[in-house]
Design a protein around this ligand. Structure first.
Ligand code: CMC
Length: 424
């Protein structure tokens, strides 16, 4: 735990003074330790955790006003353009970028765990064919708990580390299969001669009938970058969910499944799918202005805009937009939805309503457009976010497991009935 500063906060409460310690991190605002408020018979109240630091962490730093996102100190734009996804995974897990030997060893470790137990493949049959792939992911990733429960000692660092590798390696297989299942195609097994993004695209799009299927390197590069840009994002809703579930000592596969469930919502990872649905609904550029009026009267939300933390710009969105231009240019795609998206962006960035509320395009505004260009069906967008975020979730889980932690157990402001007796 960080050392308390010499600075202290004083809370005056009913004539009593409570001194509260203040801690400083290496970057970012100081935090006030409010634990001692409890002894006075009060709770602190912060619905939505707007001003609450829920833990101490060394993994990711965000300065929302300056649009800064650092993983282990490195800016996201540098990671996205100078490393590949597995190097970023290594960095998140280990705190440093890998040497060439370490990279080779890590890549090979991940490649060797891409298969899933054959029994897992049968588990898919319990789902309806029209199930949303995210529903399947919540189920099958959670079901891995049944395969790796007995040999998982949470106090054993080796067991914890192999769990991280298994998850990074197996989630792409399960993600691709959740798509194959819904379109009624046979599962394609992982190929360890391909790199991480290529292997995923291969499992998504190859079929037994097309023996010569080759992954387009432009698409693999774009996919890898999308993975990197989504790798981690501090204590967001799904990561906090993973930490909360993990604080109880629950099986890590179950914790990641809880994270996937939390990510699914349209206010979080589900936004990338929602952006494309919104563009479909708007239909054409002349409908943008009336749609924006509906946004202003709060009938609808502008999906892919706004962020709890970023109030100037989302640094991931900047790189994503560049990638979007690159991919569409390289593929020669002239997507009318892109024109629509640009018109939405233009209006939002110049309109007082959006400026006043600091509403800027977030990462999901552009990722949906690239994913569509890659040929990924809309229902898989959030699954891809979950695949990429698995490294962030498991890194936070590992950090929590390797340090002293309490079960997460918030309290409440109770506004229900006072005690009463049953009148019978
Ligand atoms: N469209 C229209 N108005 C909005 C939007 C939006 N997307 N987002 C916020 N506002 C308005 C909101 O109505 C409120 O207005 P007022 O002050 O008049 O009441 C004001 O902006 C502040 O909004 P808030 O709901 O207090 O902001 P928040 O920090 O609680 O919510 C958010 C953040 C991301 C949930 C929200 O901006 C949103 O729902 N955005 C659309 C969904 C989206 O794109 N999510 C992906 C986030 S990035 C990927 C990820 O990390 O998950």
């Amino acid at each position: 735990m960080s050392e308390a500063n010499t600075k202290k906060a004083t809370l005056k409460l009913n004539g009593q003074e409570i001194e509260l310690p203040i801690y400083s991190g290496t970057l970012g605002p100081d935090v006030i330790d409010v634990k001692d408020v409890l002894a006075s018979g009060h709770f602190t109240f912060d619905p939505g955790f707007m001003a609450t630091a829920s833990c101490e962490s060394k993994i990711t730093y965000i300065d929302g006003n300056a649009g800064i996102l650092l993983h282990r100190g490195y800016p996201i734009d540098q990671l996205a353009t100078k490393t590949d996804y597995l190097e970023t995974c290594y960095l998140l897990l280990n705190g440093e970028l890998p040497t060439p030997e370490q990279k080779k060893e890590f890549d090979s470790q991940v490649r060797n765990h891409t298969m899933v137990h054959d029994q897992v493949s049968r588990f898919f049959n319990g789902f309806r064919r029209d199930a949303h792939p995210m529903a399947i992911m919540v189920g099958v990733v959670g079901a891995l708990s049944a395969f790796y429960h007995n040999n998982l000692d949470l106090d054993d660092v080796n067991h914890r580390e192999i769990t991280a590798i298994r998850l990074i390696a197996k989630v792409p297989t399960l993600a691709a299969w959740s798509y194959k299942y819904t379109v009624g195609q046979p599962f394609i097994y992982p190929r360890n001669d391909l790199d991480y993004a290529e292997n995923f695209l291969h499992m998504m799009f190859a079929t037994p009938a097309d023996r010569d299927y080759k992954v387009n390197p432009i698409l693999a590069k774009a996919m890898d970058r999308i993975f990197t840009l989504h790798a981690d994002h501090e204590q967001n809703a799904s990561t906090s969910t993973v930490r909360l579930a993990g604080s109880t000592g629950a099986n890590p596969y179950a914790c990641i499944s809880a994270g996937i469930a939390a990510l699914w919502g349209p206010a979080h990872g589900g936004a990338n799918e929602a952006v494309l649905k919104m563009l479909d609904e708007i239909g054409s550029v002349e409908n943008v202005a009336p749609f924006m009026e509906k946004v202003k009267t709060k009938e609808v939300k502008l999906m892919g805009f706004g962020h709890r933390v970023y109030k100037n710009f989302d640094p991931r969105a900047k790189v994503m937009k560049e990638t979007c231009d690159e991919v569409l240019g390289a593929l020669g795609i002239n997507d009318p939805q892109l024109e629509l998206a640009m018109e939405l962006e233009r209006i939002a960035l110049s309109d007082e309503y959006f400026i006043k509320r600091n509403l800027y395009p977030n990462v999901d505004f552009y990722s949906g457009i690239i994913l569509k260009a890659i040929g990924i069906p809309t229902s898989m967008f959030t699954v891809i976010f979950a695949l990429a975020r698995t490294i962030g979730w498991i890194t936070h889980w590992l950090e929590m497991q390797s340090t002293a932690h309490k079960i997460g157990r918030p309290r409440q402001l109770y506004t229900g009935e006072t005690q009463r007796d049953i009148q019978r």
